[in-house]
Design a protein around this ligand. Structure first.
Ligand code: UD1
Ligand code: CA
Length: 455
């Protein structure tokens, strides 16, 4: 239901984030709990931005500088308003009165604890306002309507009123079309409608849900739009948080697969909200993506790999059991194998780091081959140092490269070397004790020990 909005219409989004969220049992404010690595507040803000909101006002509880800071981190220009007392959703919206007074064509209200709402749904709400409706509310068919506001429809299908569960008659409670919470108002009517809302109800609260009935009493139109229940689910505790995470993960994975990514067992792949995977990439089971990962076309991420802040070039291969940490940059067809950790390092085209290796603060040239068990010793407990490995170099297994150190292009490092000095291009460096062998020594040793035991 993508609606086209007349050009130039200005929309203010008001995001209510003043809830206490006590059921989360957390030191962290509820709306700052993350889903796919981004706060619920961030998800809601990005959805309204996607729908073209010109400005966002975030209503926070008293002294909630942390929530305000999170809002500004998502959108530096976000305006923050404090709701000093929690007197209801309409009262919360009016905390942003100053923003509404700036004069907008549309005012859209969203709850920060309803993180799965999409930009498309917000856009559809805007579309209804654009078509001349004064108040539009989002509804869903509830499996269990207990606790939700009920939508009372007029004969013509318009929205007559919303009645809160606590104020509803038995007959009204039997209705299953429920209020999702999201309400949008004609910006030129919003203040008039909102200031007429009183608190003569069961909870002595100023209900935003009174807006449709008030609009109709003023001779204006009110309407309902519906969304799937899954999209409007709220998060009040950690169980619902996990449910929302599962729903969001499913959405992210589906989007990736529809864009050409193969996931053999999608349910076991955990994506970050900003993960970017190109087409013809295969993701094997049990892979975790942290923030800022980009996988280019044709790559393969083998099972049980853990990636964050990494860029994987075209047709590169990672894992199984690999860890790419921030700043890992893999060139085309590079290979990172099992039990390999890469941090703040670049791997050139076709470079191979196949087994049991730590590469940190390094640059590895094209087609270089890093043997099993190689370690870049990049840290002396105080500072980090760089290792530079030239194109086509071959580092023998179980070598320690003590940074800062440079291995020249095409050089060979003998297995088990501890390299502390720069290595010339094209040379061989062996930095280990020479092997000493003593023929017959073992047999003589055993014979002597046996004799000692008998005697
Ligand atoms: C609200 C709706 C109800 C709907 C339900 C959907 C109203 C009056 N009722 O009920 O029709 O079915 O959501 O989940 O709107 N908030 C503030 N300040 C306040 C009060 C609330 O910021 O003074 C914020 C809360 O943090 C929350 C949101 O507004 O994010 C909804 O408030 P809540 O008290 O949970 O409303 P419900 O009773 O769930
Ligand atoms: Ca609620």
């Amino acid at each position: 239901m993508i609606a086209a909005i007349s050009s130039g219409r200005r929309c203010l989004a008001i995001v209510l984030a003043a809830g206490e969220g006590t059921r989360m049992k957390s030191a962290l404010p509820k709306v700052m709990h993350p889903l796919a690595g981004r706060s619920m507040l961030g998800h809601v803000m990005s959805a309204v931005l996607e729908a073209g909101a010109s400005e966002i006002a975030v209503v926070v509880g008293p002294g909630r500088d942390d929530v305000a800071a999170e809002a500004r981190a998502v959108l530096p220009g976000a305006r923050i308003f404090e709701q000093r007392e929690r007197l209801g959703t309409a009262h919360a919206v009016l905390a942003a009165r100053e923003a509404i007074e700036q004069g907008y064509d549309e005012v859209v209200v969203a709850f920060a604890d309803t993180p799965l709402l999409t930009g498309a749904t917000f856009l559809a709400m805007r579309g209804a306002l654009d078509a001349g409706v004064a108040v539009v509310a989002l509804a869903f068919e509830a499996e269990d309507p207990t606790g939700y506001g009920r939508m009372i429809l007029a004969g013509d299908g318009a929205l007559a009123a919303i009645v809160e569960h606590k104020d509803a008659t038995a007959e009204q409670r039997a209705l299953t079309l429920c209020n999702a919470g999201l309400i949008a108002l004609d910006g030129r009517r919003a203040l008039d409608i909102l200031s007429r809302i009183g608190n003569a109800n069961a909870q002595r609260e100023y209900y935003l849900t009174d807006a449709p009935a008030i609009a109709r009493a003023l001779g204006l139109r009110a309407a309902v739009l519906t969304a799937p229940e899954a999209e409007v689910q709220g998060v009040n505790d950690r169980v619902q948080l996990a449910r929302a995470e599962a729903a969001l993960q499913a959405r992210l994975r589906e989007r990736a697969m529809r864009a050409g990514v193969t996931m053999i067992d999608p349910a076991t792949v955990f994506l970050h909200h900003d993960t970017r995977i190109a087409r013809d990439v295969t993701i094997e089971p049990n892979v975790w993506f942290g923030p800022g990962v980009v996988i280019e076309e044709g790559g393969v991420i083998h099972a049980f790999s853990h990636l964050e802040g990494a860029h994987v070039g075209p047709r590169a291969s990672v894992g199984p059991f690999a860890r790419l940490r921030p700043g890992a940059q893999l060139g085309e067809k590079a290979k990172v194998g099992n039990f390999v950790e890469i941090k703040a390092s670049t791997l050139g085209k076709g470079a191979k780091v196949s087994h049991l290796t730590y590469i940190g603060d390094a640059s590895v040239g094209a087609d270089a081959n890093i043997g099993a068990g190689t370690i870049t010793c990049n840290y002396d407990g105080y500072a980090k140092f760089r290792t530079v490995i030239g194109d086509g170099a071959f580092v023998g297994s179980n070598s320690s490269l003590v940074a800062p150190v440079t291995i020249g292009e095409g050089a060979y490092i003998g297995s088990g070397s501890v390299v502390t000095k720069d290595v010339e291009p094209g040379s061989l460096t062996v930095a280990r004790a020479r092997q000493s062998s003593y023929p017959g020594w073992a047999a003589a040793f055993r014979a002597r020990k046996k004799a000692e035991k008998k005697g």
